[in-house]
Design a protein around this ligand. Sequence first.
Ligand code: NAP
Length: 294
Amino acid sequence: MTARIIDGKAIAEELRARVAAEVTRLKRDHRIEPGLAVVLVGENPASAVYVRSKGKQTVEAGMNSFDHRLPDSAAEKEVLALVEKLNADPAVHGILVQLPLTKQIDSLKVLNAIDPAKDVDGFHPVNVGRLATGTPALTPCTPLGCVMLAKTVHHSLEGMEAVVVGRSNIVGKPLIQLLLAENATVTVAHSKTRDLPAVTRRADLVFAAVGRPEMVRGDWIKPGATVIDVGINRVSGADGKGRIVGDVAFAEASKVAGAITPVPGGVGPMTIACLLVNTVRAACAIHGLPKSAV
Ligand code: NAP
């Protein structure tokens, strides 16, 4: 058996096109120009690449992009003052503070200062609580993308056995809530789980968000299952060159699974696309419009 490859790049592109159409409608019918502000503190090269990509895709979707860069030396109170300014700015519908922040800054304090209505990363405790209680919320982008990818394979996830490996606040935990909202039967596994292969082998849907290169092996997968690989791990290949692999041993797992995401080109591209979705959703909610079509 060879698994169907879930083409996250193409699915994200299609999603971004739908976001752009929704932005056009908001501008035309309501004179609303959704705006996303991204705050980058310091010189972390990976963060800088990511922020550039977010800005570019925001503009391509027809939205306003506001780029705020603060030096490594920026004090916590400067970042908090900027967040307050963005909270009050009517042109800004989404605020994203790029993590990790520098050592002198308490990330939790900064994330908690973001207006929950503009919290497009979905990390504010108000949104975390809303998601957990099944009330409308801005939800973290990567898990949202994971569920969207699974739903390109299965029209409905209802009653399916889903196993999430990893319980971080940014991926695993919100993913559990999103899967519950889809009426899946959810098991969460982590570093203390006993006999993890036996747990994943039960699953119709396996989500791997661990941060360990190719940890999930082919014989951990039930034949025909759908595998969504969140991991992004840099390893050095036999030729000494660096390459990116996921948390799933793709070559093995793709012989057993029914459908599988590649790394790169699976979950990764969905994350920024979902950030754009959240910005449009935030703009609609802030202006009292019905839930956006994306
Ligand atoms: P994290 O905060 O380090 O959490 C890792 C989770 O994996 C923890 O819950 C940990 O369990 C669990 N774990 C670690 N070793 C394990 C083992 N041997 N067996 C079972 N569970 C184990 O990582 P994260 O931020 O969620 O990220 C996970 C991966 O996704 C990383 O590769 C990251 O780069 C990637 N990622 C990708 C995107 C994207 O856009 N595609 C976005 C975010 C993250 P404990 O809780 O017990 O320690």
